[in-house]
Design a protein around this ligand. Structure first.
Ligand code: 6GU
Length: 224
């Protein structure tokens, strides 16, 4: 999986993804990441890439030409057309099913908007998918892009190690995960549930299933 992020804040993408499991996956080559600075395609020496909205209103709009040229610089290097995801609160809400679908792609171009948005004409021209990460407003598409790339990356073969398996987790079976415990057995007067110390694997599996169900009923009944 190769991620190509078009952004005004490339350091945010590189630094954010460079840590933890995604950082390890980049170093090992299981995924690759490039952040293309849209400002490098400004076409003027001031590096200006935004302008006032036609029709008036608050804020600035990203101009179409720098976005298009940044896109072309990436797309022209690829051997076949690829999906172009625009991160926007006006998109389809991201979910595990979408992560699985995107994880099958070889390349993904991700466009991060800023200011009040991006000129609609370049979006019409290049975008294949409009994606939001939830019903709240953020200042830009960089954090959403990283959220999406993180969720996709952990589904790419070789990214997770054996002990980090993606199999038995939240949303996989439409239930939340059961509670986890580690040493010590007693913490601030609270003990690890007896069954987990029993070594009885069938009882442990049954207890975990029941905890998953109860937790889902309490916190996310919409999943049932
Ligand atoms: Cl993808 N972008 C922005 N700016 N805000 C958001 C979002 C995306 N998803 C939820 N809020």
């Amino acid at each position: 999986m190769k991620f190509h992020v078009l952004t005004l804040f490339p350091d945010m993408i590189i630094n954010g993804m460079g840590e933890s499991i995604t950082g390890r996956a980049i170093k090992s080559g299981a995924i690759s990441l490039e952040a293309v600075n849209i400002r490098d395609y400004a076409g003027n020496k001031h590096g200006q890439v935004d302008d006032y909205p036609y029709g008036g209103g608050a804020g600035m709009v990203m101009q179409p030409a720098p976005v298009y040229d940044a896109y072309r610089a990436v797309a022209d290097r690829l051997s076949k057309p690829c999906r172009v995801v625009y991160m926007t609160p006006q998109g389809e809400v991201f979910c595990q099913k979408m992560a699985k679908e995107f994880a099958l792609e070889e390349d993904l171009i991700i466009l991060c908007g800023h200011y009040e948005g991006v000129d609609e004409r370049v979006l019409e021209l290049i975008v294949t998918d409009h994606v939001s990460i939830g019903d709240y407003v953020l200042t830009g598409g960089e954090l959403p892009a990283m959220v999406m790339m993180d969720a996709i990356s952990r589904l790419v073969p070789g990214v997770l190690h054996n002990d980090e398996s993606a199999e038995y987790e939240s949303f996989q079976n439409h239930l939340l995960e059961y509670p986890q415990y580690t040493r010590p057995v007693s913490f601030m007067g609270m003990d690890v549930p007896e069954v987990l110390l029993s070594g009885h694997h069938k009882n442990i599996a049954a207890w975990r299933q029941e905890q998953s169900l109860e937790r889902t009923r309490q916190r996310r009944p919409d999943l049932l």
